[in-house]
Design a protein around this ligand. Structure first.
Ligand SMILES: *[C@@H]1O[C@H](CO)[C@@H](O)[C@H](O)[C@H]1NC(C)=O
Ligand SMILES: [Cu+2]
Length: 328
């Protein structure tokens, strides 16, 4: 029989071993659940869409050969691939509760040019489809993307841009922790096949390699968030390339991509059934005083979300999960 004290000691030991670090343990999209690779189990027999990874420990060198997918970049012996339609939000779940609230969230895609299985992640060219840095306040005590990730059940939802050409890709979710120096990188990858009719290829300037995309001197990585300057600094430069033009993070930093939006399909607007009018009444409400609207595929709601909750016509705000609603 266990005494309460013995149980407490056991629990405390287990927590000390793993609580400080971790990685992406599972994914979900369109009501399906995908378990990830388990780095502390034998690789033999593991079948998952996630690429193998080897350690909960952070990578602390921006030029490490393991920076692509937290491993040597190879696929698993029984590697699976998940199918996802372009325009779909994918949620990645980190171990709970993710312990590092200070730092950015980043998501990348890389086209494998055919099946990804057998393709080394280090040989691929990546483009950024999502990023979240300093959300408010100062570098010293402000609110960060990683803090929002923790508030969202230690998960992060990124939409596969609708403009991405169909094909086989790796998706790389990354959180970077800045609570100590050097910065800590936590990247994991999954194999997905994107379907759809997108045709906007990333440009050369948007494509990077891992390692290669970051240096240890990047202003967003070589950063002491406890310094005197940090206490008044309210801007933070997210590492990596500019966002892919078809991603919501690209339009967020520039004028709305008017030409990119297809003309509204009248039928979809007028065919909204009257029976769901209560559901739609919130989105039909007059825009807020600022008049800011969220673009197609952009986030428009969810716990902790502070951006515009009204979608640009003809799109409406649809809930993906408690933490993420999207203009569709
Ligand atoms: C929170 O995340 C865990 C996985 O870490 C998941 O099992 C659970 O369903 C999530 N809860 C909500 C409300 O999304
Ligand atoms: Cu840690």
């Amino acid at each position: 029989m266990f005494s309460l004290t013995a149980l407490t000691v056991l629990a405390t030991t287990a927590v000390t071993q793993v609580a400080a670090h971790g990685g992406v343990l599972s994914y979900s999209w369109t009501n399906s659940w995908y378990w990830g690779w388990q780095p502390y189990d034998s690789p033999t027999g593991q079948t998952t869409i996630q690429r193998p990874w080897s350690s909960y420990n952070p990578i602390t060198d921006a030029t490490s050969t393991t920076l692509a997918c937290n491993d040597d970049g190879t696929s698993g012996a029984l590697q699976l691939t998940g199918t996802v339609a372009a325009g779909t939000p994918i949620t990645a779940f980190w171990n709970q509760v993710w312990p590092h609230p200070y730092g950015p969230m980043l998501t990348y895609l890389a086209n494998c040019g055919g099946s990804c299985t057998g393709v080394n992640a280090n040989s691929l060219e990546w483009f950024k489809i999502d990023e979240s840095g300093l959300l408010s306040g100062t570098v010293y005590d402000g609110s960060w993307g990683a803090g929002q990730m923790i508030a969202q059940n230690s998960s992060w939802t990124t939409t596969v841009p609708a403009s991405v050409p169909a094909g086989n890709y790796l998706i790389r979710f990354e959180t970077i922790a800045l609570h100590s120096m050097p910065a800590q990188f936590y990247p994991e990858c999954a194999q997905i096949q994107i379907t759809g009719s997108g045709s906007l290829a990333p440009t050369a300037a948007e494509l990077v390699k891992f390692p290669g995309a970051y240096t240890n001197n990047d202003p967003g990585l070589n950063i002491d968030i406890y310094s005197n300057e940090a206490q008044t600094e309210t801007t933070y430069v997210i590492p990596g390339p500019a966002c892919y033009a078809g991603a919501a993070c690209a339009s967020a930093s520039s004028a709305p991509p008017v030409s990119a939006a297809p003309p509204p399909a009248k039928s979809t607007v007028s065919s909204v059934p009257t029976t769901v009018s209560t559901v739609h009444s919130t989105t039909a409400a007059a825009p807020t005083a600022t008049g800011a609207t969220a673009a197609q595929y952009a986030q428009c709601g969810g716990e902790g979300f502070t951006g515009p909750t009204v979608c640009a016509a003809p799109f409406t705000c649809k809930e993906t999960n408690q933490y993420y609603s999207q203009c569709l």
